[in-house]
Design a protein around this ligand. Structure first.
Ligand code: FE2
Ligand code: FE2
Length: 323
């Protein structure tokens, strides 16, 4: 993909930025939790955060950015919950669960979530961006799909051929990914212990939100041993503990969001786009003491990132020190 990249001195349109993310995620259509809210042309300076609302839109205008991107959905699309349904039906199907069976369970969860979805004032930030005429993109599922893929592939290759992996090994391994290393909120075991056998590791990060304990139980019944999630409520943890069948590792919320976000940012940078991160995006640059032992190639890459001006790294540091 990167071979066809041509740097554009005129920048990209908001749709152009979105298209690159869709392509990286392997999506042919824009999912209903994402989209261009306010179109823009010749975008060169982007401000990207996990939650971007009216204050951040004003900040972007004040600081001279051409476009704002919010990871958490800011679009108004009543079809959004279909992501939860499709993602979990497909993931369970891959584990051998018939679609007719998983659909019943997932639809019950969808019905629960529909109450909050129906009440939400989704126009709030959208209307502010329109009044300000600030190009604004909602980019959720594509970067979560990338994060899910990256973390699954990392753990698969890390533990390939090892049938005695313990849950503690997963938590330790996750910190080899810069976003988890750099996050203040470390990966934690929510169900099981360090000594629990991990079994089949299934990363579930791209289903809009948590699928609830009944759907989680179905993953375990279908053969998953440990689920790696972005987050899980305490009530679901208690239910999964009662099920006494599998383990749950919470990798971290905004850190997991950042894994996908940073991959897309690196691709946009190849097109000459300058991206500044805020509002919860964690840096993808490994701290120096960890990077010290890396291969020459990795060292060169780390150096390359510094040479680019390290706008993102410095901003992330400033963001971190503010907390
Ligand atoms: Fe996310
Ligand atoms: Fe999130």
């Amino acid at each position: 993909m990167s071979k066809q990249v041509t740097k554009s001195k005129d920048g990209l349109s908001a749709s152009g930025l979105l298209d690159i993310a869709l392509k990286m995620a392997g999506l042919e259509e824009t999912p209903p939790d994402s989209g261009v809210i306010v179109e823009g042309q010749n975008i060169k300076k982007v401000l990207f955060g996990v939650d971007m609302d009216t204050p951040e839109l004003l900040l972007a205008r004040e600081l001279g950015f051409d476009c704002v991107i919010s990871h958490h959905p800011r679009v108004t699309n009543t079809k959004m919950l279909s992501i939860l349904e499709e993602a979990n039906i497909n993931k369970l199907y891959a584990l051998g669960v018939p679609k007719n069976r998983s659909q019943k369970l997932v639809q019950a969860r969808r019905a629960e979530l529909s109450y909050n979805e129906h009440v939400a004032n989704s126009r709030r930030s959208e209307s502010a961006a329109k009044l300000l005429n600030m190009p604004f993109i909602s980019l959720h599922n594509p970067t979560d799909l990338i994060a899910e893929r990256v973390v699954q592939e990392f753990l698969d290759s890390k533990f390939k051929g090892n049938d005695s992996v313990k849950v503690g090994d997963i938590v330790d391994a996750l910190e080899e990914i810069a976003e988890y290393k750099n996050s203040e909120r470390k990966p934690v075991i929510r169900v099981g212990s360090k000594e629990s056998y991990a079994g089949k590791i299934v990363v579930n990060m791209a289903g809009l939100t948590g699928p609830g304990h009944k759907v989680l139980e179905e993953y375990f019944k279908a053969g998953a041993g440990t689920l790696v999630l972005m987050h899980i409520p305490e009530a679901d943890v208690k239910k999964v503990q009662e099920q006494n069948i599998g383990n749950v590792v919470v990798a971290g919320h905004t850190s997991s969001d950042s894994v996908g976000i940073n991959k897309v940012i690196r691709e946009w940078e190849k097109h000459g786009i300058e991206v500044t991160v805020m509002s919860g995006v964690v840096s993808d640059i490994m701290p120096k003491e960890e990077a010290g032992e890396k291969s020459d190639k990795a060292k060169a890459e780390t150096k390359g990132e510094k040479a680019k001006g390290d706008t993102k790294g410095e901003k992330a540091k400033a963001e971190k020190s503010k907390k």
